[in-house]
Design a protein around this ligand. Structure first.
Ligand code: CTP
Length: 212
């Protein structure tokens, strides 16, 4: 099983970066629960302050979206399940400065360029029987956006996060998610610990693996 976690950091200059508030906890909870259930897990994580001691997890630390893409591409074909819970940057500075940007009278303008969409690449390479899960964090029209993402990226399931609840999402130990899969009604779960979300997700995936 390939699981990604955490944020990515995209350099502006040697000391500054564009990042996001992902703590990595959701991805680590999935990796740990899967390993406890006997999966051999490749955990690819952006910069987080988490440790894991659960046996059965091989951890690779990366910093940028490009590094995460390279590692995931090398692991995809040998994975029966891919769960992309990382909050990968969609854009990065087009020209990271080699030296620290000095303060001047004029505010600098950052030009951004798109990063590669790792999940879309993985969806495009899918082999028979492989199960591919994406995450979505939306602040409005979540269901509609997540459903179109499911189709566009060729996924088996998407985990929709909401920021609407106190206690859900980035930096919390709890999460409120909705599972969205093709041809079934969305399944909205109550606020629960990220470990319980991981358990619920893996409970939904296990029958698919048995069928594969
Ligand atoms: N993802 C990825 N590579 C990227 C960006 C995102 O693999 N460069 C993955 C995330 O790990 C997550 C899903 O795609 O599983 C989330 O997609 P998201 O960035 O929220 O949505 P987009 O498809 O970029 O759509 P939009 O931002 O337009 O809603």
């Amino acid at each position: 099983m390939l699981v990604t976690a955490g944020p990515t950091q995209e350099a502006i200059d040697p000391v500054r970066y564009i990042g996001n508030r992902s703590s990595g906890r959701m991805g680590f909870a999935i990796a740990e629960e899967a390993a406890r259930r006997g999966a051999r897990v490749q955990l690819v994580t952006g910069p987080v302050s988490l440790r894991t001691e659960v046996p059965g997890i091989i951890r690779t630390d990366v910093t940028t979206a490009a590094e995460m893409a390279a590692v995931c591409k090398s692991l995809t074909s040998s994975s029966d399940v891919v769960i992309m819970s990382a909050a990968v940057a969609d854009f990065r500075p087009a020209d990271a400065s080699a030296g620290k940007i000095k303060k001047t009278d004029q505010a600098p303008v950052l030009t951004l360029e798109a990063t590669e969409d790792i999940l879309a690449w993985i969806g495009g390479q899918r082999r028979k029987g492989q199960v591919i899960v994406g995450f979505a964090l939306e602040t409005s029209d979540g269901l509609a956006h997540a459903q179109s993402k499911l189709q566009r990226k060729g996924l088996d399931l998407i985990v929709l996060n909401t920021l609407e609840d106190a206690g859900a999402g980035f930096g919390h130990d709890t999460n409120r998610v909705t599972f969205i899969a093709p041809d079934t009604d969305p399944e909205a779960l109550p606020l629960m610990s990220k470990t319980d979300v991981a358990r619920a997700l893996l409970d939904r995936l296990e029958p698919r693996l048995a069928n594969a």
